[in-house]
Write a protein that binds this ligand. Structure first.
Ligand SMILES: *Cc1c(COP(=O)(O)O)cnc(C)c1O
Length: 358
């Protein structure tokens, strides 16, 4: 019940125990097509270029930056936690001149702050934000920031590692040009793949670069020949991870996206009510609290680490700690994917009640 990896359904583990086939075997090629189609549905996009990068969520972040940024490009990035900070670091390594739009950790990125940055840097190559900041539990609304980015002629890039399959994510409706996610949060598969999607505009930017993409492994021009119709060998797709993602996506669509979002919301509300009875509260910005990651304030006089250690040792429950400025101040309780179940909510509340009483 931490910030990921989340629990995985038994059928996903069973899928991953199946025998290997070759990565160009017709059966596997067929599975790749099904994964692409299911990802389009889950991302709610028609983008042709939609597939899983062989690597964790951070590889998807790097994929977006390394393909869309050329040295000297201006970019604007929202920073309200660990992952916005990481995106700045990745963009800088691509040679970007980064303008940060900062917000206190636990708060959202306000469109007005993005508009102010666009007055300083009126024609950036891209504007990027983290949808669900896993380090703080805040969900930044996307549409207005997307509109501002496009009005400035910029691409709009979105991190949906924690949001995808846990709350609404609408790539085409929100006009997101480049998006990445990860398998280990609400999609309900182990860490190891990073679903990505590029709009035709983003793909054209990557195809018309002045210089080659610095990373051979993450070059979209090479990867699209492998995951597209040509099937040109690039790298060997991690077969077993793709079995796992295929089954996880099947479960997402079997449940249905609206029902899945509602399950995450209801378990969040149940957790919040249970915490309130213990005198505990979620500290991220009211009205913008994540369902799948709950940032719980540590009461004064309580040893944050000692509680987490007891939860693990005595109750076999893992939760996460605060990072950066929130270190020692919050616990992070994840209710992601297969972990978002009522019995988990009840168990962590019961365990916290016993530990805090002691
Ligand atoms: C977990 C996470 C990442 C990084 O994913 P890894 O799988 O750890 O590489 C990026 N962004 C957000 C918002 C995340 O929660």
């Amino acid at each position: 019940m931490g910030p990921g990896p989340s629990d995985v359904a038994p059928s996903v583990l069973h899928a991953m125990a199946r025998p290997l086939v070759g990565h160009l075997d017709p059966a596997f090629v067929n599975m790749m097509e099904e994964i692409k189609a299911m990802l389009r549905t889950v991302f709610q996009t028609q983008n042709d270029l939609t597939f899983p990068i062989s690597g964790t969520g951070s590889a998807g972040m790097e994929f977006c930056c390394v393909n869309l940024i050329e040295p000297g490009d201006e970019v604007i990035i929202g920073v309200n936690g660990v992952f916005g900070t990481r995106m700045c670091e990745v963009a800088e390594r691509c040679g970007a001149k980064v303008t940060r739009v900062e917000a206190p950790w636990g708060q959202i990125i306000e469109p007005a702050a993005v508009a102010a940055a666009l007055r300083q840097v009126p024609q950036p190559k891209l504007v990027a934000i983290v949808h669900a900041e896993t380090s703080t539990g805040a969900l930044t609304p996307v549409e207005e920031i997307s509109r501002l980015a496009h009005a400035a002629g910029a691409l709009f890039v979105l991190d949906t590692v924690t949001s995808l399959a846990g709350c609404p994510v609408k790539i085409d409706e929100w006009q997101v040009d480049a998006v990445y996610s990860g398998t280990q949060k609400c999609l309900g598969a182990p860490p190891g793949l990073s679903p990505v999607s590029f709009s035709p505009t983003a793909l054209a930017v990557a195809q018309n670069r002045k210089r080659k993409v610095q990373s051979w492994y993450l070059d979209v021009n090479l990867l699209s020949s492998y995951w597209g119709q040509e099937r040109v060998y690039h790298h060997t797709a991690p077969i077993t991870m793709n079995y796992g993602l295929h089954e996880a996506l099947r479960l997402v669509l079997l449940e249905g996206l609206p029902a899945r979002w509602q399950r995450h919301e209801q378990n969040h509300l149940a957790l919040k009510a249970g915490l309130a009875e213990l005198g505990l509260a979620i500290v991220s910005q009211a009205g913008h609290q994540l369902w799948q990651l709950n940032a719980v304030g540590v009461p004064a006089g309580v040893d944050e680490l000692a509680v987490r250690k007891q939860l693990l040792a005595d109750y076999n429950i893992e939760i996460g700690a605060g990072l950066g400025p929130l270190k020692g101040k919050i616990w992070r309780i994840g209710l992601m994917g297969h972990t978002a179940r009522r019995e988990n909510v009840d168990q962590v509340i019961a365990a916290l009640r016993m530990i805090l009483k002691k």
